[in-house]
Design a protein around this ligand. Structure first.
Ligand code: HEC
Length: 113
């Protein structure tokens, strides 16, 4: 499962590099920060680093591409969770980019996967 996820992520990253997509897209750090504090901090904690429960993942320092991919999968139903799916559902593509950019720039995870 983890292996399959890694392969998918690598494929997504390579695609992003190949098309230059990630550098051409505007990502608004401040907008991400604001939304993160308003919505996501309730469960993931400040800066995505103090999750309220053991089964809520840390987001701080996670790769940008991983975060975008995870949020898109919750939004389109490929990944489902009773708490997280309703959080991702209302996010626009722009919200997803801003939030992922913000969380990827925080100190946090030492081990990325
Ligand atoms: C009601 C609590 C709650 C809120 C609010 C919430 N999340 Fe989550 N989030 C969770 C839980 C629980 C999981 C783990 C779900 C799973 O196992 O798939 C999760 C998982 C995630 C993941 C996957 C992380 C990984 O390592 O795979 C991302 C990305 C994420 N949340 C982003 C966000 C963002 C961005 C927001 C704000 C828009 C947010 N979450 C708001 C509870 C929440």
């Amino acid at each position: 499962m983890i292996e399959a996820m890694r392969i998918t992520l690598i494929a997504v990253s390579v695609l992003a590099l190949a098309t230059g997509a990630s550098s051409a897209i505007a990502r608004d750090y401040e907008a991400g920060k604001k939304k993160a504090a308003e919505v996501c901090a309730a469960c993931h904690g400040e800066d995505g680093n103090k999750p309220l429960t053991p089964d809520t993942p840390k987001l701080g320092g996670q790769y940008y591409d991983y975060l975008v991919h995870a949020l898109e999968q919750y939004k389109n139903g490929k990944r489902q969770n009773p708490l997280m799916s309703p959080m991702a559902a209302p996010l626009s593509k722009e919200d997803i980019r801003d939030l992922s950019f913000y969380f990827s720039k925080q100190q946090g995870l030492d081990v990325r996967y």
